[in-house]
Design a binder for this molecule. Structure first.
Ligand SMILES: N[C@@H](CCC(=O)N[C@@H](CS)C(=O)NCC(=O)O)C(=O)O
Length: 222
């Protein structure tokens, strides 16, 4: 059994999930693997109790407990591990240059978006609307509009997915599309990105991270 440690909470404005752990859920779903989720309390990510540090030395989610290979941590590492270990529905392009593009675009999403602009928008949503810092949230949206969305708009171009076929490159953008769905982010100035995010949200695997899917309906698969 594969057990994914994540953080997920239900609020009146949607079911919120760890963006990094959502990347792993998407891959578990895309590859049709049997898994369960272990939901950690969001406060534990900041308190970092010993039982979590024993699994992930940085006390973060996601980490994946496996029967064969112990604990694997870091969403990008876990996703490559799953794709290497389970041969069905491969998610890495074959050609070296396309595989490098896959890794570059995934890295861009992780390093520039999921770690920098997106948390300004996403973290406040774990509080009730009256407690949110709306200025910080707007800074996050502005960072996306000025810096990140023009890049995605250019990279998706006329492609269906970032490397042609759906691949690991697209996985973090599904977590970003999930945040934008909760925020009802206006993408009208970025029509290619808007259509691309709609294609990502139309995939069956998105159901497991959708803000419309209840916690009860997203416990994993068996
Ligand atoms: N590079 C890591 C980042 C993991 C990460 O930052 N996860 C967040 C939740 S989405 C977290 O645990 N934050 C707590 C912290 O930064 O200490 C990955 O991709 O797994």
């Amino acid at each position: 059994m594969l057990i994914l440690a994540t953080t997920e909470r239900e609020y009146p404005w949607g079911v919120l999930r760890s963006t990094n752990a959502s990347k792993v859920k998407v891959v578990l779903e895309e590859k049709g693997l049997t898994y369960q989720v272990d939901r950690l309390h969001p406060g534990d990510l900041w308190k970092k109790p010993a039982q979590i540090l024993a699994k992930h030395p940085l006390g973060k989610v996601p980490y994946l407990e496996t029967d064969d290979d112990g604990v694997i941590f870091d969403s990008t590492v876990i996703n490559e591990y799953l794709d290497d270990k389970y041969a069905n529905n491969p998610l890495k392009p074959q050609a070296a240059a396309v595989r490098a593009r896959m890794r570059m675009l995934e890295n861009y999403a992780d390093e520039a978006i999921i770690s920098v602009d997106l948390p300004k928008l996403w973290m406040p949503m774990w509080s009730s609307p009256e407690k949110r810092d709306v200025d910080v949230m707007e800074q996050g949206r502005e960072g996306m509009r000025k810096n990140r969305l023009p890049f995605i708009e250019a990279e998706i171009g006329q492609h269906e997915f970032l490397c042609g076929e759906f691949s690991l490159a697209d996985v973090p953008y599904m977590a970003i599309a999930m945040v934008f769905e909760v925020d009802d982010f206006d993408l009208s100035d970025f029509p290619r990105t808007s259509a691309y995010f709609d294609r990502l949200r139309a995939r069956d695997s998105y159901t497991a991270i959708s803000p419309k899917t209840s916690l009860e309906d997203s416990l994993g698969s068996s």
